[in-house]
Design a binder for this molecule. Sequence first.
Ligand SMILES: Cc1ncc(COP(=O)(O)O)c(C=O)c1O
Length: 397
Amino acid sequence: MFETLEPLPPDAILGMMALYRADPDPRKIDLSVGVYQDEEGRTPILESVKRAERAVFENEDTKTYVAIAGNAAFNRGVEGLLFGDAHPAVADGRVVTLQTPGGSGALCVAAHLIRRARPEARVHISEPSWPNHIPLLTLSGLEIATYPYYDQRAHRVDFERMVDAVEKIPAGDLLLLHACCHNPCGADLTRDQWQTLAELCERRGIVPFIDLAYQGFAEGLDEDAYGVRLMSERMPEVVVVSSCSKNFGLYRERVGSVSIVAANAESAKGVASHAANVARGIYSMPPDHGAAIVARILGDAELRALWEREVAEIRTRLNALRRLLADKLAERSTPVDFSFIANERGMFSFLGLDRERVVALRERFHIYMIESSRINVAGIRPANVDYIADAIAAVLE
Ligand SMILES: Cc1ncc(COP(=O)(O)O)c(C=O)c1O
């Protein structure tokens, strides 16, 4: 039977990583990776995570299964991060949260739950979006549509076209929005734009579906949850998925969450029972370790303060690197205005270079990025930024 399975084309990002590893040139720079890197090019374990992990090891006394919904303290802690301390939807018992295997697991559970509740609903995703959104959501059988989001020439959110497209979405469909640090373009919605979308979703009966994979990396922990909190105040139903991979650096521990805001506490009971049943049918129970660490950090004032400082350091570094690269490119008077890099947020931005120039950067200068010219800002260092800016200026000549 398996002879029917032809090998799929190699994954573009993994292929780029392999090329990078094989390049012996000492000047090589990797701007293609999808994870955070520090000044030394490492993806570090946060100090708050190390300390919490030690406490978890010392105190754990069983390896029996966790509940299907996961660690209750984790779920409460994450609800606080997402919705704030006194959100009316949480206070009214309308929010159901499950710990999931990463943000990917959360997307998968959400997709199956939506499919069960309304099989004909379509999820509208931004063009472009994180490439894994489509496979994760369609595995449940859900249909996907796209809406225009990013203007590749102007390097900004094309809000007019986005609104035009959202105006045509039928009632009951879902609108997938990146809460902050849009992956892959780095261009986020302003507060006014969130307000406009909230009004639009309310008027048209569209259900917001918000993906928050980089909370704390753009403007701040509370600031980055603005859209989640606004939509959950205004709308009867909202789907929120979050990931602890980036902001806790817990990538391989696979920890994330799905929160469903239901129309009322009664409906939340049905959601809780079906969400648990969906999770049971996919992976039964989530892994414990990462969520136990997060629960400990969020439940301990000292550890939490340390974690918040560590996230702030990452955010400050990313934003400083953005500014630095934009300034260095401006000094070189390139024909393209790269000031947008400093205005975008999170790890990713599109440089807006064509394929030929991306290949030239790789072959002539040993600078690696995805073919779409998406870069990970975290790969830039003060020591290599002049080289990067010179190389970009050279390929634009
Ligand atoms: C927008 C977005 N959503 C979800 C995820 C999933 O994260 P996880 O690694 O926790 O599954 C990612 C990871 O890169 C992402 O960029």
